[in-house]
Structures are given as structure tokens and as C-alpha cells.
Design a binder for this molecule. Structure first.
Ligand SMILES: [Fe+2]
Length: 234
């Protein structure tokens, strides 16, 4: 199985705080049957960081983790990406495509939490697709207003990622299953930051979704990652 959304690189953002923490999160992921992990540290345009600065920081975190992996390196594939926060002007920055997962053109894109998305939101998404040839996968679609999600997916050929934890509540579950039925969901993620419990949610989510939905989501995620290059962990 695939975890398309994690903050497991040590010190890359406000996720894992140490190599030891990253290793225990990876162990938790492996214990529930995950064999492909996308490391997606936060990229915030508002922090003033350039893409180059972000990539250097991410690479330092990866380089710290790598020698500590030991036998785990044989058990999973790691893809480097980012969770890119959508802000006005994002589409204008240089090298945006370098934030896509594993050198593909697939970008995990985090939307604003506003109740109503203004025109600039739709314009930015349009520019990201058209000017940069990027295919966004909308991060934790469960967090946003359904009316805004419907409008966004009406306008653009997008994909959605859901957080496992969102399936734990009755209302969250209803909303997510509707998105499934509408064919929007392409990936499941733990969005793990520091807590191994995230993988208990992942395991429960797999059971809630059932075999049919999981085989569909795994097939879609695998297809997406087939366009990406995994890191050599040895
Ligand atoms: Fe996240």
C-alpha cells in the first residue's frame, strides 16, 4: 500500500523532529503493510523560502535519514515531494515543478481553508496546470467545503488525496465515501507528523474502505508513482 502524504523527514518541516522519530514512524508504516511512502514536507510561499532553499533543506533531512534506515531500506520505496500550500502568486515562482513528487508532474497541493474560494484560487490552479504542466493532487480533500470542492473539480481535471483520519468520524466518512463514488480519490495518506497513531488510523481506514475501494486506490496511486522516481535507499 501507499502513503501519499507524510511529514516523516527529520527536521524538514514541523513533522518528524529527529532521525529516531522518523524511523519509528517508518516502522509503524511498514507494520500496516505500506511499501511506498511519499515524503511531502510543507512548502509555504509565505515563509519566503525559495524552491531551491526548500529542496536543499529537504535533501539535508533525507541525507540524515538515509544511513539510519538499515534493513528497512529493503522494505519500502521513498519518493521525495512536497505539500505545496496554494497562495496568490504561487504559479509565478521559478522551478515550481521541482516540488512535484519524484520528478514527475504530480504535485500535492494544499488548498486554503476559506469557506469560499475566491477567483484567485481558481486562477492559480489554472496557471499551475497550464503554465507549468503540473497535475495537482489536492491534499486532504476532506478538509474543504464540499461546495468549493465540487466547483474546483468541475473546472479542472484534478485528483484528490484523502487523510486516513478523516474516515474515523461518521460525518467525515460519509463525505469521503461520496468523493469515492464520484471517482475523485486517487490516494490515501496518513499525513503523519509526529504520532505513530496515524498508522492506526491508516489501518482502520483500509478496513473501512474495503477491498474494492482499496484496490482501486492502490492501482491509481501506483500508476501515479510509476511516473515518479523513487530514491535509492541503499
Ligand atoms: Fe500534511
Amino acid at each position: 500500500m501507499i502513503d501519499m502524504h507524510t511529514h516523516i523527514l527529520p527536521g524538514a518541516d514541523h513533522g518528524s523532529r529527529s532521525v529516531e522519530m522518523s524511523l519509528s514512524l517508518i516502522d509503524a508504516a511498514l507494520s500496516v503493510g505500506i511499501d511506498k511512502i511519499a515524503a511531502t514536507p510543507h512548502f509555504y510561499l509565505s515563509s519566503g523560502d525559495s524552491v531551491t532553499y526548500f529542496l536543499e533543506k529537504r535533501n539535508r533531512a533525507f541525507t540524515r535519514l538515509l544511513p539510519a534506515l538499515g534493513e528497512r531500506a529493503d522494505k519500502f520505496e521513498l519518493y521525495l515531494g512536497a505539500e505545496v500550500n496554494l497562495r496568490l502568486g504561487l504559479s509565478e515562482i521559478d522551478g515550481l515543478k521541482r516540488l512535484c513528487i519524484g520528478g514527475s508532474n504530480i504535485m500535492l497541493l494544499e488548498m486554503p481553508l476559506d469557506k469560499v474560494w475566491r477567483d484567485w484560487v481558481f486562477n492559480e490552479v489554472s496557471f499551475i496546470i497550464d503554465r507549468h504542466n503540473i497535475r495537482p493532487i489536492i491534499a486532504h480533500i476532506d478538509r474543504y467545503e464540499p461546495s468549493q470542492v465540487a466547483k474546483l473539480f468541475d473546472y479542472f481535471p484534478l485528483m484528490a488525496q484523502i487523510n486516513a483520519e478523516s474516515l474515523m468520524s461518521f460525518f467525515g466518512r460519509r463525505k469521503i465515501l461520496r468523493y469515492f463514488d464520484e471517482g475523485l480519490v486517487y490516494a490515501l495518506g496518513s499525513d503523519v507528523h509526529c504520532e505513530e497513531e496515524a498508522y492506526l488510523y491508516y489501518e482502520k481506514a483500509v478496513n473501512i474502505l474495503g477491498d474494492d475501494r482499496m484496490s482501486r486506490i492502490n492501482a491509481r496511486s501506483r500508476r501515479l508513482l510509476s511516473e515518479a522516481v523513487s530514491e535509492d535507499l541503499k
